[in-house]
Design a binder for this molecule. Structure first.
Ligand code: ADP
Ligand code: ADP
Length: 218
């Protein structure tokens, strides 16, 4: 469970995230919908402890970030699609992350298998397609077997097969009892992905409702 209480972020005069209060529950996929610039990424960065709020707070299972001991084992995240740098192979990229987080080596084979990249583990990600890059990012997010997963616009630019695969994976992770939080600027995408919907506009909470109720009312 993730809880936001009055979460706020200001950049000078601009309020990017404005007094957000909502909960993200385990066992379902919660969609985070809003147009570009609504404040989704800024909110998610604060939910991940990567950015400090101007006001309010984020609690993960009742704890603030400074009280969490093993963040990577607790929360996995896929932020904006970003190429993996350097000359490391996909396997070695994951190995570095595993080693710096005390994760056993065998877990690397498991996550590579889970995302379907076993066959290209010895290749360098700079030659990967966008979809393969997303799979590698997801493998990294799953390394610590986290209870909470956050995906920021994960299907942007992907082909239909890649989109379908990510949707199914998110459903599966939720069915396993994990907390899954995924952002998109597309209602059509959210309708196919999320069980629950949190909507923001200009940093403010516009709706926090089950997908069925949202569709019935809009
Ligand atoms: P979204 O992810 O929904 O597209 P963002 O969270 O990226 O929205 O941005 C919300 C608003 O905050 C935008 O107007 C953006 O320009 C602004 N913003 C985000 N990061 C910064 C920053 N570091 N400095 C100033 N403004 C920012
Ligand atoms: P997104 O694609 O999620 O909307 P942006 O393109 O708005 O993200 O932002 C990309 C990066 O630039 C982020 O690190 C964000 O914090 C920063 N940023 C966004 N808007 C501004 C701004 N107006 N001034 C300074 N930094 C910004």
């Amino acid at each position: 469970m993730i809880e936001l209480h009055g979460l706020t972020k200001r950049y000078g005069e601009k309020t990017a995230v404005d007094d957000l209060t909502f909960r993200v529950r385990p066992g379902v996929v919660t969609g985070f919908l809003g147009p570009n610039g609504a404040g989704k990424s800024t909110t998610m960065r604060m939910m991940l402890g990567l950015d400090n709020p101007t006001g309010g707070d984020v609690r993960i299972d009742g704890k603030r970030y400074d009280q969490l001991h093993e963040p990577l084992n607790y929360i996995g995240a896929l932020l904006e699609a970003k190429a993996v740098h350097g000359g490391r192979t996909a396997y070695n990229h994951l190995l570095c992350m595993a080693q710096s987080n005390g994760i056993p080596r065998r877990r690397i084979d498991e996550v590579l298998d889970l995302v379907g990249l076993t066959g290209v583990a010895k290749k360098r990600p700079k030659g990967f397609s966008l979809g393969m890059g997303q799979r590698l990012g997801i493998a990294a997010a799953l390394l610590g077997d986290p209870k909470i997963l956050m995906f920021d616009e994960p299907v942007n630019g992907l082909d239909p097969e890649g989109i379908h695969w990510i949707r199914n994976l998110m459903k599966q992770l939720a069915d396993e009892g994990r907390t899954v939080f995924v952002s998109s600027h597309l209602m059509s995408e959210m309708a196919l992905t999320a069980d629950h919907l949190v909507v923001i506009g200009q940093g403010k909470l516009m709706a926090d409702t089950s997908m069925a109720d949202f569709i019935a009312e809009n």
